[in-house]
Design a binder for this molecule. Structure first.
Ligand code: RP5
Length: 174
């Protein structure tokens, strides 16, 4: 693991944590240390401002923000830092994540947030995108990301091979 956390993972509520565990897993698998915090743009706005203002000096390189409903966490963090901010919209009732998606992606010009896939599937992409940013200055990490892609491709090819095998057997049994 890298010694000092370079990725911050902020989530708006404890209720986001089960989905975020998958982000932690990927970051651990890649050996990149992270700091994770629960803080809310609405419920603890001063904590968010303070964290974002100090993040660059604290050594963070990228910040992942997870939030649902009126998902302002990523936007507020981005307002207080020039570090890259990744917004991950969480799904909730009654709009199934469309509310969080629009709040995350529709930042006004001048304060960008990079939005990843909404809902549980965003766990992987939030982590991988943060790692891609870090890989710009880390050849070893870039190599591990390429290996990850190769492994992923091999899984798809294996699944396709198994499907062809199954279809051949099923068709010849008719
Ligand atoms: C957001 O509101 C959180 O990120 C969470 O996704 C959503 C609901 O929060 P809880 O009411 O479950 O605390 O701020």
């Amino acid at each position: 693991m890298t010694e000092k956390p370079v990725i911050a993972v902020l989530m708006g509520s404890r209720s986001d944590l089960p989905a975020v565990e998958n982000t932690f897993k990927i970051l651990r698998d890649f050996g990149v240390s992270f700091e994770a915090r629960i803080m809310s743009a609405h419920r603890t706005p001063e904590d968010v401002r303070e964290f974002a203002e100090d993040a660059e000096a604290d050594g963070f390189k990228v910040i992942i923000c997870v939030a649902g409903m009126a998902a302002h966490l990523a936007g507020v963090v981005a307002a207080h830092t020039v570090l890259p901010v990744i917004g991950w919209p969480m799904v909730s009732e009654p709009f199934n994540g469309m509310d969080a998606l629009l709040a995350t992606v529709q930042m006004p010009p001048g304060v960008p947030v990079a939005a990843v896939t909404a809902g549980k599937a965003g766990a992987k992409n939030a982590a991988l995108y943060a790692l891609s940013i870090l890989a710009l200055g880390d050849a070893g990490l870039a190599q591990r990301l390429k290996e990850f892609r190769r492994g992923q491709a091999a899984e798809v090819k294996q699944a396709d091979g198994e499907l062809q095998h199954y279809l051949k057997a099923a068709n010849s049994a008719r």
